[in-house]
Design a protein around this ligand. Structure first.
Ligand code: SF4
Length: 393
């Protein structure tokens, strides 16, 4: 495996210029994807996950615009800005042109699977015809060869009787089967990276499990890397190697998947974990995350999670934490954007509790405890009125 990541995203900022103001949908995103790994982008609706995906694919449309950052893929710059002679930002000379991205990268090198297959499949053409045409266009095969390749791909993704199903229309496929078709389409050009944007959200859990198993098998067979966009940490646990948790356009925690689950470093991640059923703990009811995510047009001051954070203190309103390495257990950096950690050194311990925030249980687990700190906190403090008991480094 090469030490150079397949994809590197650095300080990416994507904004939407609306009449109401500037929406900072993605605000300083940095992460990487290595060869053959599945990397999760996780967060609630409005976190900026999908805009990040569209930015990587070069699919952001007006009034949206990437205003800063760099994206490199296999060492080539697919997005980068520099200051021109007039002082205005312009695309860097060494960045691939829009034409190169359209013809060489999108579909061939980086493919995407969307949540709703009916938006990606044309209902008036047969499934096989659409897959064949995609292969003809992107792999330069003749019609017969492309048809054979399309049927092979349908078989590969577990469509029974692929020769017959090739002639059928999207409405004749179930939701799970349509999603398999999209996976076939994404894999058809043997891309190195697939961005899967909530591809199992609309499926029931049984079909979702089947799709995740399929992706696991295909990933092992082809070595394809994935960015898996989801709001569901259960899916992340099942499929991802490393995880980026997003909140209001920023990454708030970044870690290998086991680290994230068993040594959680950010209260938002912990709140997400408390909202899903887990086999490693028993609770009488799941915790909903207090409040709603604010608009990206008017993000809160300081830590953007502070209005909802049970550990918030006065300092959290003033200091805007960017994700820093807070642990490197296992040789992989574990980053978190939370001033509770020593890496920030902003006086969290001395800062008084913040009144009027969500309130609730302390959420960041004890260092190295390896089990659910939230559970023990719940047991110790069932009323959830301890605003200052967050465990820290
Ligand atoms: S403790 Fe403070 S910095 Fe950490 S997540 Fe909560 S509000 Fe943000």
């Amino acid at each position: 495996m090469s030490s150079e990541p397949l994809l590197r995203v650095e300080n990416l900022k994507t904004q939407f210029f609306t009449e109401a103001g500037t929406v900072r949908a993605v605000d300083g995103l940095s992460f990487e994807v290595r060869e053959g790994e599945i990397v999760g982008l996780v967060g609630e609706s409005g976190a900026g996950k999908s805009v990040a995906s569209m930015s990587i694919m070069g699919l952001v449309e007006a009034p949206g615009e990437i205003v800063a950052g760099e994206i490199t893929y296999k060492g080539e710059t697919i997005f980068g800005l520099e200051e021109g002679p007039d002082g205005e930002l312009r695309k860097r000379d060494d960045a691939l042109s829009d034409e190169e991205i359209r013809t060489r990268i999108r579909g061939n090198e980086i493919a995407v699977i969307f949540q709703d297959p009916m938006e990606s499949l044309n209902p008036v053409f047969t499934v096989g015809g659409q897959l064949r045409e995609f292969i003809e266009l992107n792999r330069g095969l003749g019609e017969d060869e492309a048809k054979a390749a399309a049927i092979d791909m349908l078989r590969e993704v577990g469509i029974p009787d692929p020769e017959e199903r090739y002639e059928e229309y999207p409405h004749q496929f179930s939701g799970g089967m349509r999603q398999r078709v999209l996976i076939a389409m994404a894999l058809a050009c043997e891309p190195s990276l697939i961005i899967a944007d909530e591809p199992t959200t609309a499926l029931d859990v049984t079909v979702e499990g089947q799709i995740l198993d399929l992706v696991d098998d295909l990933q092992a067979k082809y070595g394809t890397s994935f960015i898996w966009v989801t709001h569901d940490l259960g899916v992340v646990a099942e499929i991802c190697d490393r995880v980026n948790v997003m909140y209001l356009g920023e990454i708030v925690e970044q870690a290998p998947v086991d680290e994230l689950f068993y040594d959680t470093k950010h209260p938002y991640t912990n709140a997400l974990l408390d909202s899903i059923p887990r086999p490693d703990r028993t609770v009488t009811e799941l915790e909903a995350i207090e409040g709603v995510m604010p608009e990206a047009i008017t993000p809160p001051s300081g830590c953007r999670f502070h209005p909802r954070c049970p550990d918030a203190r006065e300092v959290c309103k003033r200091v805007h934490p960017e994700a820093k390495v807070v642990d490197d257990a296992g040789g992989e950096p574990h980053r978190a954007a939370c001033v509770q950690h020593d890496a920030f050194d902003v006086g969290y311990d001395e800062s008084p509790p913040l009144e009027g925030v969500a309130g609730g249980v302390s959420t960041v687990r004890d260092e190295g405890s390896g089990d659910s700190g939230a559970d023990s906190e719940l047991a110790a403090n069932p009323t959830g009125d301890d605003s200052g008991g967050g465990s820290r480094e």
